[in-house]
Design a protein around this ligand. Structure first.
Ligand SMILES: [Zn+2]
Length: 295
């Protein structure tokens, strides 16, 4: 279908063996439990992880046969009577192998009508297209939907197509369709503020214009839900200056990664990455650079 075709032309593909729904990780317990839920995964050429870098240098770090297989991790924070999701997966219309969130929620014992908030890091398909069910109704009927003002402004602007390469036009068409269906339910908030009590929105632009990460409390510690600010467990940490093809503003994304690594390395905060294997870990200092220390 249209929404898949142009992205697939870039070599991004459904998994040959679809990923299973699963609970990837659990942090804390008691009053604040953070659960990482799989939305499945998809494959992409490893060269998309670092444009302009010699394929051998990329392959040495990726340590996987090409194509590179990435995972999709949706973070769920349960505290008191709130169930807060950070992003909502790819839904049924992106790539086979993704769109497993509903099954993973069931595996975790979380009913869709108990989800109170969906907080978006950004509006790329693998994070946003899971918002609607087969009838184009919001998949979480009771939820508030929160997104950064610059992010929704970018994707719904009539001039967005001129600012995107052609293989990304389907991203805008999908985002516009879903934003229209959500209508006023999609609340537009400013980055750099507390969006919900104890949930700080950190502006992390570059991957998309309004990309946002979130600092939250879970299990007695600070956890930073990164979204796609750091996407690869080796490349994003060891070479924050390497440029993934999926970053909208490559220079800004590099600056954001450097700033985040410095802050997270110093804070020793727990991080959750949407595309990081296992989801949860820390930024560890390693010589002059950093590495991902998986939990
Ligand atoms: Zn993503």
């Amino acid at each position: 279908m249209l929404t898949r075709r142009s992205f697939c032309a870039a070599g991004v593909a459904a998994l040959a063996v679809p990923a299973r729904a699963q609970v990837v990780a659990t942090l804390g317990g008691g009053p604040q439990t953070l659960t990482v839920l799989s939305d499945g995964g998809f494959e992409m050429p490893a060269t998309m992880l670092a444009q302009g870098v010699a394929p051998d240098a990329v392959a040495a770090l990726v340590k996987q046969p090409t194509p590179y297989r990435t995972v999709l991790n949706v973070t769920c924070l349960r505290r008191g009577d709130e169930t807060i999701l950070f992003d909502c997966g790819a839904g049924p219309n992106f790539l086979a192998g993704s769109g497993k969130l509903a099954d993973s929620l069931a595996a975790a014992g979380i009913a869709p009508d108990t989800v109170t908030h969906v907080v978006f890091t950004h509006l790329h398909p693998d994070h946003f297209w899971g918002a609607l069910d087969d009838f184009d109704s919001p998949i979480f009927p009771q939820a508030r939907w929160l997104v950064a003002e610059p992010e929704i402004a970018f994707w719904t602007d009539s001039g967005v197509y001129e600012r995107l390469p052609e293989d990304r036009h389907a991203f805008a068409a999908g985002a516009q369709r879903i934003a229209k269906e959500l209508g006023d339910r999609l609340e537009r908030l400013k980055p750099g503020a507390e969006w919900l009590p104890g949930i700080e929105a950190i502006a992390t632009p570059g991957h998309t214009p309004g990309h946002t990460s979130f600092a939250v409390q879970a299990g007695g510690e600070q956890v930073v839900v990164l979204g796609d600010a750091l996407t690869h467990p080796e490349i994003s940490f060891r070479h924050p200056d390497w440029r993934p093809a999926t970053d909208h503003d490559a220079d800004l994304a590099v600056a954001t990664r450097r700033r985040l690594l410095e802050r997270l390395g110093a804070d020793k905060a727990t991080i959750v990455g949407y595309h990081l294997p296992g989801g949860v870990g820390r930024v560890a200092q390693d010589g002059a650079g950093y590495r991902f220390e998986r939990a």
